[in-house]
Design a binder for this molecule. Structure first.
Ligand code: FMN
Length: 194
């Protein structure tokens, strides 16, 4: 399945989550700052801006390896070729009243989506992961209870599926899947197709 509807913006059509990165092409600090600026301007509940990022460029090997070590093995195999790894985190309380922010993770997702589309516009690819050990993140970064790790993002310039081994290459080349519109969008009442 491909997203070939020309009325959907080209950036959204282009975006996907590959596992093959160009391991030789670095992403510089300026590019990373642009990505984070795109994230920073995401909408959020009460403008609380619950998103936080721990960032490691590959040139900073100790920092990069620390994030890499939090990932499950099946993600490490390909994410080690990324130019940048980031941990996205959510601050769980609202700023204005100190009460739990039920939308914190939602808003981190929105910031990550903006970051990802900005990356796409810059010719970069982003692959988010839930396959990591949140307790390892807590331990390695002495994370305060107020914060939850949300996803780890691998990003860089795209590589080629040929650089991946067997099953990973198959997944890279497999058709993308989406639920049908009837399953996700309803016309005024639950379950009625639009
Ligand atoms: C919150 C989240 C967690 C994910 N976790 C993983 C992961 O641990 N490993 C992985 O290979 N892909 C992971 N993905 C990528 C999804 O599998 C991918 O987005 C989905 O299959 C749709 O493909 P597309 O992004 O290319 O459209 C994750 C994506 C998101 C948004």
């Amino acid at each position: 399945m491909i997203l070939d509807d020309p009325s959907v913006h080209e950036l959204i059509r282009q975006r996907w989550s590959p596992r093959a990165f160009d391991g030789l092409r670095a992403v510089d600090r300026g590019e990373v700052m642009t990505l984070l600026e795109a994230a920073r301007w995401a909408p959020s509940c009460y403008n609380t801006q619950p998103w936080r990022y721990i960032v490691a460029l590959r040139e900073n090997k100790a920092a990069f390896d620390r994030i890499l070590a939090c990932l499950v093995d099946v993600n490490q195999v390909w994410a080690k070729e990324a130019a940048v790894l980031m941990i996205s985190l959510a601050r769980k309380l609202h700023d204005h009243n100190g009460k739990p922010n039920r939308w914190a993770w939602h808003d981190v997702g929105a910031a990550n989506a903006q970051l990802t589309l900005q990356a796409t516009a810059m010719g970069l690819v982003v692959h988010q992961m839930a396959g990591y050990d949140p307790e390892a993140v807590r331990r390695l970064y002495s994370l305060h209870d107020l914060f939850d790790p949300v996803t780890i993002l691998a990003l860089g310039y795209p590589g080629s599926p040929e650089q991946l081994d067997g099953p990973l290459r198959d997944r890279e080349l497999a058709p993308r899947q989406r639920k049908s519109m009837e399953k996700i969008a309803f016309n005024g009442e639950w379950g009625k197709p639009l």
